[in-house]
Design a protein around this ligand. Structure first.
Ligand code: FAD
Length: 394
């Protein structure tokens, strides 16, 4: 990585690091050099409650390696194939009001800065690196806080969306939760997980989840599963994923398989604005005949300290709007952005959005601090690119 950055510098080329390339925004684009970090895999060290991993390691690999030692990452996002460096770069979050994003778990990092110098992150720079956008260097190793491994039960329930999103409702109180809301009909399915109940072992693990020898599946259909099965027959409705009450490690149970056929825009609104934001979204899109037909996904999370994290400084409600890949989603996504921006929303960096430096200057009070770190670590703007320039300025 050092040699690659230095060689690019000698030739006056811009470098964009790339992990798994999951981000739909143009964050990693450049006409010059793409640095594929996905070969930087593996766990370097595991001590007490911190794991040091190479930055190109995929989350699924890190989770599995930790599980062998009875440890886990507290944050479990949907995309198990994201790399650690890329996930942190965009502030990747899970579905817990209590547990912050993967960026929040970072306690240290090593990276190659814009001059081609290998550095260890200083504590003072960590809040810049927590949501780095690939603008500060090429991460080679990241140290992440770990927690004791647990096993959870998964549940799915048909709920009223206003009740589910109300402050103090299940999104806030369940250890992990994600709500699928079909805005036109008001139908909603809450998927949540909590500590596994003690029960007699089930002789054979069957059903959709089966992994790592610690997985059992309690059979039986809930009424909500039956009802939501009817919805799923209509493609655009919230679809149940689990049969009965599956039990597994969170990293096995919670990620969503294969959402690659969709594009998305996701926004972080102040937690207290979540219910109103969904109502406004429905009203604005219906009025303009841009109805959101796919289920909108809603999660919550705590305030973050990463200076450019969309949840910086405030408890957050995340609203993700998806569209089939290949559809003309421009008008819908622009409208979603303008409604949620009006409610104090900030876009997820990995999703589709049209924010520029002028928007960041208003929404991110610590942007000047981020820029100062960038000036120090990348004085010649080696990690530039059109999108980066639009977001952060020259
Ligand atoms: C199926 C799927 C599920 C998802 N689920 C969630 C979710 O639950 N929650 C959520 O918040 N997001 C989610 N996302 C978004 C995803 O977490 C982000 O797109 C994340 O950045 C992907 O990691 P990546 O390795 O693909 O990074 P990339 O998209 O390759 O890169 C992202 C950014 O990080 C930079 N970068 C990558 N590697 C390095 C490195 N080693 N050093 C420095 N910079 C680097 C890139 O330049 C770029 O700016 C999901 C995406 C998909 C496709």
């Amino acid at each position: 990585m050092v040699a690659a950055v230095r060689r690019a510098a000698e030739r006056g080329l811009a470098v964009r690091p790339v992990g798994s390339g999951y981000s739909e925004s143009t964050l990693s684009l450049t006409g010059d050099v793409h640095l594929d970090c996905s070969a930087l895999t593996g766990v370097v060290d595991l001590a007490d409650d911190v794991v040091r991993v190479r930055a190109g390691a995929r989350l699924t690999e890190v989770h599995a390696a930790l599980a062998e030692h009875g440890r886990a990452l507290a944050t479990v996002p949907h995309g198990p194939g994201a790399t650690v460096g890329g996930a942190i770069g965009t502030g990747t979050h899970g579905g817990s009001r209590q547990v912050g994003s993967l960026s929040a778990q970072v306690v240290g990092a090593r990276f190659v800065d814009g001059t081609g110098t290998l550095r260890r992150a200083e504590d003072a720079d960590l809040d810049a690196l927590r949501c780095h956008l690939g603008a500060l260097g090429v991460l080679t190793e990241v140290s992440l806080r770990t927690v004791a491994a647990t096993v959870v039960d998964g549940h799915e329930e048909v709920v009223d969306p206003a009740e589910a999103t109300a402050p103090g409702g299940p999104l806030d109180t369940r250890p992990w939760a994600a709500l699928q809301v079909h805005l036109p009909s008001g139908e909603a399915l809450l998927r949540w997980a909590g500590p596994a109940e003690q029960r007699d072992p089930v002789p054979e693990a069957t059903g959709p989840v089966d992994a790592i020898g610690r997985v059992v599946t309690r059979l039986g259909h809930s009424a909500s599963a039956q009802l939501s099965a009817q919805w799923s027959a209509q493609r655009s409705r919230p679809a149940p994923r689990w049969e009965g009450v599956p039990t597994a490690a969170p990293y096995v149970l919670l990620p969503t398989p294969d959402p690659a056929r969709e594009t998305s825009t996701e926004w972080a609104v102040p937690r207290e604005a979540l219910t109103t934001a969904l109502r406004e979204l429905h009203s604005a899109t219906t009025t303009r005949e841009l109805e959101i037909r796919r289920p909108v996904e809603v999660r919550v999370g705590p305030a973050e300290t990463g200076w450019l994290h969309p949840a910086f400084g405030r408890a957050t409600g995340w609203i993700a709007v998806r569209s089939p890949r290949g559809a003309d989603d421009g008008p819908l996504f622009r409208l979603v952005g303008s409604v949620l921006e009006g409610m104090g929303g900030r876009p997820h960096w990995a999703g589709r959005h049209d924010w520029t430096a002028a928007d960041l200057a208003v929404a991110y009070p610590r942007l000047p601090d981020f820029r100062a770190v960038r000036d120090r670590l990348d004085p010649d703007r080696r990690f530039a690119g059109a999108h980066m320039q639009a977001l952060l300025g020259p």
